[in-house]
Design a binder for this molecule. Structure first.
Ligand code: SF4
Length: 229
């Protein structure tokens, strides 16, 4: 698709999302960037709703980096046990808090490089913290956003890194944070797990690109089949 047409399509998608979600709330409850960082780490392989059930007790026991660094591993494991991968997360959170105290005076840093150097923090987590915690333009791309951006033809869909680059090129930086949330909410509310009628969808009906179906297997090639002597 020509670049201009692609930009127009992106702008139209943004209009639909703005109309549907004029003020998409941040789903993870937190009071400051530290608590947001902890909640995002906990949200890997876990629902936001589950994280929001777990964090009140965790933040009561450890409201800041110094307190979390001092919290015994066994106690934090007990507090987050219902989240997936709890032992790994408890270990990472303790090490992360210790690193925040040792290297950043207990504060959450505001750069990708410093955030991604923290235990358990990848590029997507760093993007969420920068965007939602500090209002710094970043476009967190998870598998859901990657799938929808591909479905809407906004990216070649090779991997999440390519999708992030393509989306950043199509949308203005001031819209990235809201779009991340809007696409997540859209996917949760509109995209069912099973096949459905895309012609009724407010976006896919005009923006969707056909799914690539794998080539059908034909009958075995007789010429290649060795005949029995
Ligand atoms: S057609 Fe289906 S997959 Fe595509 S955006 Fe709409 S609801 Fe989601």
């Amino acid at each position: 698709m020509p670049r201009v047409a692609l930009r127009e399509k992106a702008a139209r998608i943004r209009d639909v999302l703005d109309r549907l979600y004029p003020a998409a709330p941040i789903p993870l409850e937190h009071e400051d960037p530290f608590q947001l960082l902890v909640a995002v780490v906990l949200s890997a392989q876990c629902t936001d709703a589950r994280v929001n059930l777990v964090t009140p007790a965790l933040f009561a026991a450890a409201p800041n980096a110094a307190a979390l660094a001092a919290l015994p591993y066994a106690r934090s494991l007990r507090l987050i046990r219902s989240c997936g991968l709890a032992p790994t997360k408890a270990r990472n959170l303790k090490a992360l808090a210790q690193q925040l105290v040792a290297q950043h005076g207990g504060a959450v840093p505001k750069t990708f490089a410093e955030l991604e150097a923290l235990p358990g923090v990848g590029h997507k987590t760093a993007s969420v913290v920068l965007s939602q915690g500090f209002g710094i333009p970043a476009f967190p791309v998870d598998t859901h956003i990657h799938r929808l951006a591909t479905r809407w033809g906004l990216t070649s869909g090779r991997n999440v890194a390519t999708t992030e680059r393509d989306l950043k090129a199509l949308f203005p930086p001031e819209s990235w944070g809201a779009l991340h949330l809007q696409i997540i909410y859209f996917g949760r509310e509109h995209c069912p797990a099973l096949r459905h009628d895309a012609s009724r969808c407010v976006i896919c009906s005009w923006a969707g690109v056909p799914r690539r179906t794998p080539p059908r297997r034909g009958p075995p090639n007789k010429q290649r089949t060795r005949s029995t002597p």
